[in-house]
Design a protein around this ligand. Structure first.
Ligand SMILES: [Zn+2]
Length: 598
């Protein structure tokens, strides 16, 4: 059912709430007979005869939806309007000052290929439309007025009849009308709409809403356990920080999607119903991670973050903290909530992380800050023939700092106090701000630690820190095994760069069979055993079909000319870490170890 937008603006904002009248009013319209996209109408009153509208770039996932804007047009009763694109993401309009209406349509692109780790096709942060619902809004839908970023805006949603709406936008007395305090808040509030299931709970006096959009053929799952698991994690997170940085919070879960994206007072999450039918807590580790970001990333913000911008986010040096400590607490807070994450114990969790760390030479070559800088908005292969995870590196750095603090304060304080301090300070963070906060809590000098592992690339000597709590790590190396079988060295993958045909290789370890054969990240793949390979799924299928002992000829192109490598598929060695108690551990150390686990 279409609504008369202008009538609603007058009825809602002019007489009853004159102080709330937004200066920019959006209408987003989804027509159930054409789900190829949606139309957006922007009503504004201009004070100069030139204005510019831009599409914001998300700092993590810049999906560049300016590419899908069609039918841009401007109407004004004051005279003729002209417009031109002055940047890929900016439309400049010249029109007599006064009321202006801008209209455009976003035509949804085909779903991009999922990453190798995802079984589901659609990223949960990407918009979609189906007959039973969809995800709209945010930087994928709305342009913002340059120079008026701080202005309050109104949003009317004209959606197929029967669709419920879930969003972190501020509500009004009309269920289809919303407001956002400024342009950044508009971009940070995706809108999930359709046939939704909704549950509510209150923690610390703050309302929380859990919303689930099921596919038409969804598996049924234990929704009581699903919601109570989320509430338990919310309870632990608020208890850690001593308060919430939002007035209300909305979890936007979607069937048939992978991944997630945090926002200041909501989150989009992929949670396939088949997974939840198997385990109602299947999405809880990811949920705990994204929810923790509300504090650690959205509120404790990297100094490089801007409120809103159409330009790509420049590199961020402290993501090892924003991502790594968020990983650390996703695991810990689930345990505090009494729900076991995938690793049976905290010790098993650390053993797995340390095994990955010691198996990867990148962590002895790239500082945490260097890995942070390429974590978002960088092409695969940005570290050359190495690949590293800022999540893993940061989680282990956080773990060692936690042990240092517990040891220096006789168990009185921990990383919890560092997070609480940074949250209460509300300061933008970089390595030095984090270092100061750790020192303030610990009462110790961690500059050598930050020099070595955060700003420098020295590998962590785990036993130095585990020894503080009476533990030690043993590293053993043996043949890599997968499902009981010797594992093939397939430490190579590929990607298809935008605006380029074909696949570029990524070598994740120069000591792999592929690296030793002379292949490098960024090589353009031409053929495997003489057969052309043009896509990453094509390469992946060929790699998966290889057997131990097979010989593979890899033809590539690089700036210096063609190159051919011959690789014999072999097994490889992989280190494993086991944590044990030191025989001479003191009672005090054993107490610290027990406390560090919860
Ligand atoms: Zn994250």
């Amino acid at each position: 059912m279409a609504m008369n937008a202008l009538a609603l603006i007058v009825a809602l904002f002019a007489p009853a709430h004159p102080a709330l009248k937004p200066s920019i009013q959006y209408t987003l319209r989804v027509d159930s007979t054409d789900l190829s996209g949606w139309t957006v109408e922007i009503r504004l009153r201009t004070v100069s005869d030139t204005f510019r509208l831009a599409m914001a770039a998300h700092p993590e996932y810049d999906d560049r939806y300016w590419r899908y804007v069609t039918g841009f047009r401007v109407e004004s009763s004051g005279g003729e309007a002209t417009f031109a694109k002055v940047d890929s993401a900016i439309w400049q309009v010249v029109v007599p000052r006064g009321p202006v209406v801008v209209r455009y349509r976003i035509v949804l692109p085909p779903t991009p290929p999922a990453p190798p780790s995802a079984l589901e096709q659609r990223g949960a942060w990407r918009p979609f439309l189906t007959p039973t619902g969809g995800l709209v809004g945010g930087p994928h839908a709305f342009m913002y007025l340059l120079g008026s970023e701080r202005a309050m805006v109104g949003v009317m949603l004209d959606l197929p009849s029967g669709w419920q709406i879930a969003t972190a936008l501020d509500t009004t007395s009309n269920s289809h009308w919303f407001t956002a305090a400024n342009a950044a808040a508009l971009m940070e509030a995706p809108i999930l709409a359709g046939r939704l299931r909704v549950w509510r709970f209150t923690e610390s006096g703050v309302p929380h809403r859990v919303v689930y959009w099921p596919l038409p053929n969804a598996a049924s799952f234990d929704t009581t356990a699903f919601v109570s698991g989320i509430q338990a994690v919310v309870h632990q997170t608020i208890a850690l920080f001593g308060g919430a940085p939002y007035k209300a919070y909305t979890f936007l879960f979607q069937d048939g999607a992978y991944g997630a994206l945090e926002h200041p007072s909501s989150v989009t999450l992929g949670a396939p119903s088949a997974d939840l039918a198997r385990d109602p807590h299947a999405a809880l580790a990811e949920t705990a991670h994204e929810f923790f970001h509300t504090w650690n990333l959205m509120t404790i913000r990297p100094v490089e973050y801007r409120d809103i911008d159409y330009r790509t986010q420049p590199p961020v040096t402290s993501l090892w903290f924003s991502e790594g400590l968020t990983m650390f607490y996703a695991d810990l807070l689930m345990r505090r909530a009494g729900i076991q994450p995938s690793d049976a114990t905290r010790t098993a969790h650390l053993e797995r992380l340390m095994s990955r760390y010691v198996a990867n030479p990148a962590y002895g070559r790239f500082s945490a800050e260097a890995v942070s800088r390429v974590a978002y908005n960088a092409d695969p292969g940005a570290l050359g023939d190495y690949s590293a995870s800022t999540h893993l590196q940061g989680e282990l750095i956080g773990t060692m700092l936690d042990l240092t603090i517990r040891n220096n304060t006789n168990g009185q304080r921990s990383m919890d106090d560092v997070l609480r301090l940074l949250f209460n300070q509300r300061r933008a963070i970089d390595g030095h701000v984090i270092e100061q906060a750790v020192e303030a809590v610990c009462g110790c000098d961690v500059t050598p630690f930050f020099d070595a592992h955060v700003r420098g690339a020295a590998p962590i000597d785990f036993n130095r820190y585990l020894g503080l709590i009476g533990l030690t790590a043993h590293v053993t190396t043996g043949p890599a095994v997968f499902n009981g079988e010797p594992e093939r060295d397939l430490r190579i993958w590929g990607w298809e760069p935008q605006g380029e045909r074909g696949v570029r290789l990524v070598i994740s370890d120069p000591s792999s069979a592929w690296g030793r054969a002379g292949l490098h990240s960024r090589d353009q793949l031409v053929a495997l055993n003489g057969a052309a390979v043009a896509t990453w799924p094509g390469l992946r299928a060929k790699l998966q079909s290889l057997h131990l002992g097979d010989t593979v000829r890899v033809q590539v192109r690089r700036p210096s000319g063609p190159f051919e490598a011959t690789v014999v598929v072999a097994g490889f060695e992989r280190p494993a870490v086991r944590i044990e108690r030191l025989p001479n551990a003191t009672v005090a150390q054993r107490r610290l170890a027990e406390a560090a686990i919860f």
